[in-house]
Design a protein around this ligand. Sequence first.
Ligand SMILES: [Zn+2]
Length: 128
Amino acid sequence: METSKPLRACLECEEELQGRSDKKFCDDACRTAYNNKKKARTSLYLRKVNRVLARNYKILCQLNPKGKTRLAREQLLQRGFNFNFFTNLYETQSGTRYFFVYEQGYLLLPEDQVALVRQKDYLKERLL
Ligand SMILES: [Zn+2]
């Protein structure tokens, strides 16, 4: 059913490919080079995200030693907290949304306030 396709190029070196229609690389060297670069990009991204999560987690632990507190959003930002990264969300029946970084959670309040909570039981229930 394969119709003749226009030019196919190696994903690595972009040379025109000969032979089988499912071929993606001209040879093993190009395949290996391509896959290595792809793997390196993926692990770089994972490392960056993990670093942001680790920093967020550390900040929440430092600011919330007793398991429950309330402070200005600015206090988190000053320490380098990144509100775009968290591990999970928990929404109550009434629609209140808690963001969690592992078992450290926070809730955004009016007037740029943030409530910090720690919820171990909640996570246990959902992980097992
Ligand atoms: Zn190639």
